[in-house]
Each structure stands twice: as C-alpha cells, then as structure tokens.
Write a protein that binds this ligand. Structure first.
Ligand SMILES: NC(=O)c1ccc[n+]([C@@H]2O[C@H](COP(=O)([O-])OP(=O)(O)OC[C@H]3O[C@@H](n4cnc5c(N)ncnc54)[C@H](O)[C@@H]3O)[C@@H](O)[C@H]2O)c1
Length: 385
C-alpha cells in the first residue's frame, strides 16, 4: 500500500449490535473516518457517536444526501439492506454493507447495476476471511501444501440467536435463517480459497415453527419462524473441487464445527471448538496434515490437536476487526482497483445460498451464473501502510 485514503469519509446507517466492532476497528485506522451516524433510533445512534467520537448524528436520509460523505456503511437489518444501499448509490455514494448483500437476487442485481451505471463501488461483509488464519490457509494452498484441492466442508451447528440477542426476530424472518446469516462467512472464504461455484443442490427443514426469546427485556415473547433453520448444501466449484456446507440454528451441540479443505496430498483444517461462532473469526490456528503425517499412516491411529502441524501465520489481522473490508475497499478505490470484499463476490455468494435453498422445491441442481474474480491474497502487512 502507498498513500492511505485518509480522506475517505463514511456515513454509518444502522447503529445496532454489530456497529460497535465496526466503530472500534474504523477508529483505529486512519484510512477512513466515520463522520456521521444514524438509524431508526437516534438515541441509540447518539450513544454510539459519543462512545466512538463520531462527530454528527442525523437521520439516515440526511446522511445519504450529505455531499461531504464518500461512502455509506450499511449496518441495517437484512430486510433494509437493499433500500438503504440503492438510496446511497442513487445519491452518488459508494456502499459497504453487512451481509447478506440483500435478501433476494433481483435486488442484488439492481444494486450492482446501479453501481456500475454510476461508476461507484459496492463492497460487502463478511471480511473475516481477510484475517490471518484464512490468508494462511490460502498461502498453504498456493504453496501446494496439500496438492490439488478436491473438496471442502463447512459446518456450523448453533441453536440460533434467541438466547444471546435481545432482538433476534430478523434471524427468523424472510431474509434471515442460518444459511443467509452464517453461509456468507464460509462461502466467501471458499470462493477466496477455491474460486467460484458453478452448481449447487440442497435440502432444508425447520425444527420449530415458533421460537421464544430467552434473554433481555422481551424474555418470554414468541417469534414466528418464516424460514428453514437447518440447511445442507452441496457445491461444485469451477475448478472441479466439490464441497458441502451445513448451517443450522437447530443443533444443540456438536463436535463438528470446522472448516476443512481436502487435497490430493493432505488436509487443511480450521478447527474451532466454539459451536456458537463456528470458525467465522479473523484469528485462530490453521492446522494441516499431509500424506506423510496423516493418521492413516499410523497404527494405532492418533487423533486430536497434537498430531496436526500448526501452520505459521505471517498475516496481519488476528483479532476481531469487522470493518477491515471497508478499509480495504477505500484503499481499492484510491488505487483504482476492485475491492476484495466486493459486491460481485457477495452477489455470487447470495446466488449460491438462494440456489441451495431453492433446490429442494425445484428437485434439481441449480446452475450458478455469476463468476466473480477469485480475490487475491492480502499483502502480509495489510492494513499497515
Ligand atoms: N449482531 C451480530 O452478531 C452480527 C454479526 C455479524 C453480522 N451482523 C449483521 O449486521 C447487520 C445488523 O445486525 P445487528 O445485529 O447490528 O442488528 P440490530 O437490530 O442490532 O441493529 C440494526 C440497526 O439498523 C437500523 N435500521 C433498521 N432498519 C433500518 C432502516 N430501514 N433505515 C435505517 N436504519 C435501519 C436500526 O435502527 C438499528 O440501528 C445484519 O445484516 C446482520 O446480519 C450481525
């Protein structure tokens, strides 16, 4: 990186739960500055502005209309992503949004088309795959540590959000569910590691038609479940590799939360014993075993952490740094290149997720039309200049 984009001025819309980590990250780095924030609840926005030194609080439409603002950071709920992003683009602003890009593909196309027409950039979470463990995984692949990748698997089994989130409603409404909520972390990482997906199939079901909020001031209130909450998908990559993905809000416990890539000469694994957050973090170890060290070469077969090799992590982002994708996008705009956490990648991931969810009703594989570029590995010192 050369000259950082010090003047990249960001207006934040949506000051709920996830905004804290964004504001923490963005105030740490000089490349961007959050100059205003707002939401449907301006008292909430004022509290966040005070806590993180955001100079101005205003209604969302005023922030979108402000000619001094370069980009809108859209941290609203999924059902509001399309409306806020379209309004921001129409007003001539770049957009970086939380995941998913939007809730349905047609809206996603509209967002990307409007951005292209206006010459603006769309970036999208998740950016966790910019973290050291995922970049290390890519480095191992590029070095040929496991030969030619043939498969991958992602598994997250949680029991939803109603035990820790006081307002978990949107996770069970149209636009929510475990695939649209958690799938973007793993599918974005898969495309970064293995390239784009060409076809998918899936199955899904629903453990509960109603769920009770089990924390906070609304404890005891019931929510209707509008979406399937236990989803399994199969993926075929353009490279010929195949993958599986299980995302669930219906699993009380499991030993399975992992992300793995299988190759002709070995396995790379992101282990994660935390069933709530799965492996969707920037930080953590990357393990690998090759044909020389794999358990199949030993008698009796050893298992567990001690028999894996821990990969050396030479990359820079090794703590929760949500918002890093926006910093990278600002750098990309200043240097006239495409951002890594791009709208095109998010659209592809949305097409894959909706394909998996649509496949049971269609009784068929779903072909995936979009082909985003496979994002490049980050410089090891990113985001330092
Ligand atoms: N909470 C998490 O742990 C988490 C983690 C990762 C990603 N996310 C994603 O972040 C996004 C926000 O999640 P959250 O948990 O912060 O939600 P939240 O309900 O806590 O906050 C949502 C915010 O958006 C505002 N908002 C909603 N509709 C709006 C509209 N039409 N116009 C303007 N503002 C609007 C609300 O006033 C509120 O400030 C979601 O897309 C979610 O998937 C959340």
């Amino acid at each position: 990186m050369t000259e950082p984009a010090k003047s990249f001025r960001v207006g934040l819309i949506g000051t709920g739960r996830i905004s804290d980590i964004y504001l923490k990250t963005l105030t740490k780095y000089p490349q961007v500055s959050v100059v205003a924030c707002g939401s449907l609840n301006l008292d909430e926005s004022r509290a966040k502005a005070e806590a993180y030194g955001v100079p101005r609080v205003a209604a969302p439409r005023e922030i979108i209309a402000d000619p001094e603002i370069d980009a809108i950071l859209n941290l609203t709920i999924p059902a509001a992503h399309a409306g806020v992003s379209m309004a921001a683009l129409a007003a001539g602003k770049h957009v970086y949004s939380e995941k998913p890009l939007v809730s349905d593909l047609a809206d996603g196309r509209r967002v990307l088309d409007l951005a292209a027409e206006k010459g603006l950039t769309v970036g999208n979470a998740p950016d966790t795959w910019l973290g050291g463990r995922w970049q290390t995984m890519r480095k191992l692949l590029d070095q040929g540590a496991i030969g030619r990748p043939t498969g991958c698997a992602a598994f997250v089994g949680t029991h939803g959000t109603e035990r820790h989130n006081p307002n978990p409603d949107f996770y069970y409404q149209i636009g929510g569910g475990p695939m649209l909520d958690l799938g973007p972390y793993y599918l974005s990482a898969m495309v970064f590691l293995l390239g784009p997906v060409v076809r998918v199939a899936g199955m899904a079901n629903r453990g509960f038609d109603r769920r009770m909020i089990e924390n906070g001031p609304r404890h005891g209130a019931w929510m209707e479940v509008e979406v399937d909450t236990h989803v399994q998908g199969m993926l075929e990559f353009e490279s010929g590799a195949i993958g599986s993905i299980t995302m669930s809000f219906d699993i009380w416990d499991s030993e399975m939360p992992r992300f793995e890539i299988y190759g002709t000469d070995g396995t790379i694994c992101i282990p994660d014993p935390d069933p709530v957050y799965g492996a969707n973090r920037f930080e953590g170890e990357v393990w690998y075993r090759t044909r020389d060290t794999a358990r199949w070469t030993h008698q009796p077969r050893p298992t567990g952490r001690d028999v894996w090799q821990v990969a050396e992590n030479t990359h820079g982002i090794n703590e929760d740094s949500r918002g890093m994708g926006l910093i990278e996008m600002a750098d990309a705009i200043v240097h006239g290149r495409k951002p890594r956490c791009s709208g095109e990648l998010a659209y592809h991931v949305l097409e894959v997720m909706t394909g998996i969810l649509d496949s049971p009703a269609r009784g068929a594989f779903v072909e995936i039309d979009s082909r985003p570029d496979r994002p490049g590995i980050l410089p090891t010192n990113f985001p330092e200049a």
